[in-house]
Design a protein around this ligand. Sequence first.
Ligand code: SF4
Length: 116
Amino acid sequence: MEVKNLTCVECPMGCQIEVGLSNGVVEYVKGNTCPRGKLYAENEIKRPLRVLTSSVKCVGGKMLPVKTDKPIPKDMMMDLMSKINACHPSLPIKTGDVVIKNLYEDVNLIATKTIE
Ligand code: SF4
């Protein structure tokens, strides 16, 4: 049995979670104080998810900070960066505007700053 220790990042409590694995399969999850922690731990073992943050060069050269509006699989980030790097939106853009719709499945890339 392999044991992995994780810190749940789903809320500020930061519960310490222990996951027991047998041949890569989750046998048990303990240390979580709510069901979100169990789901987080299972996903973290199977396919970790993260919010991607980056910046894109707008037409005219200004840099716009962006992020995905939902977490995406960590192993997809490099592939998606080539799409992001090829994107050069026109200004003005407001915080929350969609820069790339459905960047990955139903996850959009959105602006995190207003630039005139
Ligand atoms: S297990 Fe639940 S309470 Fe603990 S950090 Fe995760 S979300 Fe928060």
